[in-house]
Structures are given as C-alpha cells and as structure tokens.
Ligand binder design. Structure first.
Ligand code: SF4
Ligand code: SF4
Length: 104
C-alpha cells in the first residue's frame, strides 16, 4: 500500500511531510516531496487530503478491490471530493460533506 507523488506538480509546501503520522515523506534538495519509506505506508490518506495541488495519488490495489485504480482528493469549501481513476480510463467521484463527518 503506498502513494505516488507527482514531482512536477509538487510546489514544496511540506504539508504532506508534516501531516504523515509515520514521518514517511521527505523533501529533496529541490524542495520536492518524495516517499522515503514506501513500504511503511498504511494508507491513512492524510497526505492526499492536505496537498494543495493534488500531486499525490494513492494506489488502490487488488487487495482492496481497486485493481490498480488511483485515488486523490479535491476540496471545494466544505465538500471533499474523492476521485478514483480506474486503469480503463473511467473516473468515479464521491462527494463528502465534511460538516457531516464524524456525525454518528
Ligand atoms: S497515506 Fe498516510 S501513512 Fe501513507 S504516506 Fe500518506 S500520510 Fe503517510
Ligand atoms: S503537500 Fe503536495 S505540494 Fe506540498 S510538498 Fe507535499 S506533494 Fe508537494
């Protein structure tokens, strides 16, 4: 289970590094984020939600029924949109109203 960081999109803000509970992400000498310990990622998705430029994708492996799909998020006000890009090019989107999170 791991993530992929698009270095061309990364603006070096360091938010993903700061939020990762396992300290798995670092910034290189050009201030671009990279995954230092990919095998240790447990998929909490915190870094994906923090990235302001949507540079991080999370792999949804076969063990999760994702069959190689990739997941990222985009935020619009209180709405967090989960975007799943499937290997066949199909995209699925799920909107979550964060005001309703942890309601139950
Ligand atoms: S998904 Fe969670 S554990 Fe994995 S790199 Fe991102 S913040 Fe760290
Ligand atoms: S949060 Fe996004 S833009 Fe900021 S350092 Fe991480 S990958 Fe780069």
């Amino acid at each position: 289970m791991s993530i992929e960081i698009d270095k061309l999109k990364c603006v070096g803000c360091g938010k993903c590094r700061d939020v990762c509970p396992g300290t798995l992400i670092a910034l290189d000498e050009e201030k671009r984020a990279y995954m230092k310990y990919p095998r240790d990622c447990w998929g909490c998705t915190s870094c994906i939600k923090e990235c302001p430029v949507h540079a991080i994708r999370f792999f949804l492996g076969a063990d999760m029924g994702g069959l190689g799909s990739r997941l990222h998020t985009e935020k619009n006000g209180d709405i967090l949109r989960w975007i799943i890009e499937k290997p066949d090019g199909v995209t699925e989107e799920i909107d979550v109203d964060t005001r309703e999170s942890n309601k139950y």
